[in-house]
Design a protein around this ligand. Structure first.
Ligand code: AMP
Ligand code: MG
Length: 422
């Protein structure tokens, strides 16, 4: 936007008093959807990215026995000298997985390897680099300055027996399935995958692999949707492009809603669209056409058709992605049983001046990067709702409040990083 742009006078577009705020719309959606509640038992590897249905308590201490964190010598803390060096006799060796049933008395020590079980009478490990070993005498000399309990991992210091480790609603990460393994848990109950079906509407849409005719564009929304849904780890069916014809639309909605828990469509929800999309939805279910005070992505159809949750996203490629991330993704996560599904934010300073019209909350596409040692954010440039390359370049949304018209370089802004969106 150049500086010659006339002062932004909010048009009726910007000041629609009936428009829903983004937060309001998200809350309304979440309040009207229940978690699916269907569960299945899976091996922990298969459970990666899935949502726990049960509380997990540890039945053991992890680690299950007190062990050495270093290769060195296990001694009693009482043998740490305070002034002079002290000589200790080495009476045995403990390797990881090969405990010794032995009692260590004053003046004695045990050669021990990392992970080896601490023998009775020891509570401290001296690193091997910090002792003088005398092989002929089979003894070591240690100097003052060590601390009682050093280099020892206590039984249960990671996870304690009977502690609640995970609550239901936890989405399992690589670390989580590792923790389950460390407690010896082989299988867990998780929410079943949600089944999502989607199609595009529009007579201008051509599928990849076909020759583009005059007045046509390739359908990109089914591919961005595919990508976003795949990352969420749901089951999905792509129904292709549905032409703007009454029978085709009716038939597509009927088939889709019988097959899946959620139907997502793109296109055909703006004012002036072929009336039969609206007409069909009104006939088949309870669907509202919402104006949301946001940019891009204002028109959104939301409701139910039979037992199927319906989201009608705008056709513009950026609008479809923005509305998916702001509304559909939280709804799907909620259906999976995840508790906190609202987006996560960072507060960063803007590298560039950002402009907008007052009136609607804007999700501008931004790039978080390191600028002179500070993590800052800048705009990707042109922000039109058809400029999908702005999403490709971006790694975050810069969320600009409705009332502001300008952010000066150096001012703080609220940022939704994309990496937090899976
Ligand atoms: P609509 O919401 O159907 O009015 O579409 C708004 C704009 O988005 C129009 O320029 C459409 O051509 C474009 N559009 C709609 N669907 C798609 C799609 N699946 N892929 C790419 N562009 C689309
Ligand atoms: Mg259309």
């Amino acid at each position: 936007m150049s500086d010659k742009t006339p002062p932004s006078l909010p048009g009726c577009d910007e000041l629609n008093p009936t428009a829903l705020q983004v937060e309001q719309a998200r809350s309304k959606i979440l309040a009207s959807i229940n978690p699916s509640g269907d569960i299945e038992q899976l091996a922990i590897r298969e459970a990666l990215n899935r949502v726990l249905a049960d509380t997990i308590k540890s039945t053991i201490d992890v680690p299950s026995y007190t062990n050495s964190a270093m290769d060195g010598y296990a001694i009693s803390g009482a043998d740490i000298p305070t002034t002079d060096t002290k000589r200790l006799t080495v009476i045995g060796t403990v390797m990881a997985g090969k405990p010794l049933d032995i009692q260590v008395f004053e003046g004695e020590c045990i050669r021990i390897m990392t992970g080896g079980k601490m023998p009775a009478g020891t509570d401290t490990v001296i690193m091997q680099e910090h002792v003088q070993r005398d092989n002929t005498e089979n003894s070591i000399c240690i100097s003052p300055g060590h601390h009682l309990g050093q280099n020892v991992r206590q039984a249960g210091e990671d996870l304690s027996k009977n502690d609640v480790i995970f609550q239901p609603g936890k989405r399992l990460t690589p670390a989580d399935i590792g923790m389950l393994a460390s407690m010896g848990i082989a299988e867990v109950s998780v929410s079943k995958r949600i089944k999502v079906i989607f199609f595009s509407t529009g007579d201008e849409l051509c599928d990849v692999g076909q020759r583009l005719k005059d007045g046509q564009i390739y359908d990109s929304n089914r591919y961005t949707l595919y990508g976003m849904l795949r990352r969420l780890d749901v089951d999905f069916i792509d129904m292709g492009v549905i032409p703007d014809q009454r029978e085709c639309v009716t038939d597509a909605f009927q088939r889709a809603t019988m097959e899946a828990d959620v139907l997502i469509t793109t296109g055909g929800v703006s004012v002036g669209e072929a009336d039969f999309v609206k007409e069909t939805l009104e006939k088949l279910g309870h669907v509202g056409f919402w104006k949301i005070a946001m940019k891009p992505g204002r028109p959104l159809a939301f409701g139910r058709i039979g037992d199927c949750q319906f989201f009608g996203l705008p056709g513009n490629p950026v609008s479809a992605m923005v509305t998916f991330y702001q509304f559909v993704q939280p709804a799907l996560l909620h259906m999976m049983g995840i508790k906190d599904v609202t987006p996560q934010y960072l507060h960063l300073r803007s590298e560039t001046t950002l402009k907008k019209r007052a009136g609607r909350l804007e999700f501008q596409r931004g790039i978080i990067s390191n600028a002179n040692g500070e993590t800052m954010v800048r705009s990707t440039g042109a922000q039109g709702s058809g400029i999908l390359s702005s999403m490709g370049e971006a790694n975050c949304f810069i969320e600009l409040p409705a009332e502001i018209e300008k952010v000066e370089a150096g001012e703080w802004v609220k940022v939704q990083p994309f990496s937090g969106m899976i």
